[in-house]
Design a protein around this ligand. Structure first.
Ligand SMILES: *Cc1c(COP(=O)(O)O)cnc(C)c1O
Length: 374
């Protein structure tokens, strides 16, 4: 525990530890929803050349508006979601976590409220805390879907200025139907309140699930956040972005720190986007492995939640920590997160998924033996 005595730390921060999943040095890392496949030699060479180009100008501050990157992202996201976008509708920062912090800085703040529906991403309350925004949650149903009437009642009760909806949700993997997002966004437009649809796992969604990007032409209070950290296999570069109305983006330009996106980051992101097809090339395979994992977990007599992401929430265990630890002892790190009794596993390479299954099978057999001995 840190010692803050003699330091004027804000009261609301005192009880906290820095956020983060354990970063342990084990052979199989299936805990933070990364893409298991590193870039190819060709992509590495192109990124390295782009960084060298940026390095030649590092005596100067980077392009503050980075419209070249925003245009590239608009082209990519437009193609991925089937919508039309221009660079002025796109914003980017060091991970979509920073993009969403910008949203709270611009639209939250003292005397204002942010609302989401639990269980959901554990960083949302931190953006609220760090911007002195009140934080309230409604609930998801027992199957982790969102009941629209409940959502609208919570909005009427709390009159938030920001609503955060993760779709596909973390840690459950659940995507929201477009009509649910649209009804919430329409109601929020009247308050007014900004609706943030966090599509960090958007590229993994099952076919037939449209992106909320397709709603953008109708709603200027809607922002759809994406990241290059997950499907795009670029977590180490820290690039997240959003699409919204150009007016909403103008509000974010006011709160960003000057030159927040380094010339190196911009160059890396643009080089990676030139190789989008290759970097995303394993997404279909990961999606299939995800569906197989759900089927396999159920065949072991466990519950597993249908997922539109690159992870699966499964359980339930009387002592989930013991299960997590036993799997870790076999060299496989998964995540102890979500409601009590559940664990979350990221989909990795075939070898990694096999290591997970072997480790979990051992745990399940041990508990069967224990039961038999009683
Ligand atoms: C991983 C994740 C993000 C993205 O984080 P970055 O800062 O872009 O790496 C955003 N939202 C959710 C729900 C996530 O799980």
């Amino acid at each position: 525990m840190a010692d803050f005595s003699g330091l004027p730390i804000r009261d609301e921060l005192k009880a906290f530890e820095p956020y983060g999943a354990p970063q342990l040095d084990v052979p199989v890392l299936l805990n933070v929803n990364e893409n298991p496949y590193p870039p190819s030699a060709e992509v590495v060479a192109d990124i390295a050349a782009a960084v060298a180009g940026a390095a030649r100008g590092l005596n100067r501050y980077p392009d503050r508006e980075f419209l070249a990157l925003r245009n590239d992202l608009a082209v990519y996201l437009g193609r991925e979601s089937g919508a039309e976008l221009v660079g002025e509708q796109v914003w980017a920062a060091n991970g979509s976590n920073e993009v969403m912090l910008h949203l709270l800085q611009a639209f939250g703040g003292p005397g204002r409220t942010a609302l989401s529906f639990a269980p959901t991403y554990s960083m949302y309350p931190e953006y609220a805390r760090d911007t002195s925004t009140a934080w309230v949650t409604g609930r998801r149903e027992t199957d982790f879907t969102l009941d629209v009437d409940h959502a609208l009642a919570k909005i009427a009760e709390h009159r938030p200025s920001v609503v955060l909806l993760a779709s596909p949700n973390n840690p459950t993997g659940t995507a929201l139907p477009l009509d649910v997002i649209e009804r919430i966004t329409k109601t929020c437009a009247e308050l007014p309140c900004v609706v943030v649809v966090d599509e960090a796992y958007g590229e993994f969604r099952r076919s037939g699930t449209p992106s909320a990007v397709t709603l953008l032409p109708s709603y200027r209070n809607l922002a759809v956040a994406r990241t290059m950290s997950k499907a795009f296999a670029l977590a180490g570069a820290r690039v997240g972005y959003l699409a919204a109305s150009a007016d909403l983006v103008d509000a974010l330009r006011i709160v960003r720190l000057p030159y927040h996106l380094s010339a190196v980051t911009q160059a890396v992101a643009r080089a990676a986007l030139r190789h989008a097809d290759e970097l995303l090339g394993r997404v279909a395979e990961l999606r299939d492995a995800r569906d197989e994992t759900v089927t396999w977990l159920r065949a072991q007599g466990l519950e597993a939640v249908d997922s539109d992401a690159n992870f699966v929430l499964f359980g339930r265990f009387a002592d989930r920590h013991a299960v997590w630890q036993a799997i870790l002892d076999d060299g496989v790190l998964i995540r102890e997160t979500g409601p009590e009794g559940w664990l979350r596993v990221t989909i990795g390479s075939p070898q990694e998924n096999e290591a997970f299954r072997t480790a979990l099978t051992k745990v399940l057999e041990a508990t069967v033996d224990e039961r038999a001995q009683r």
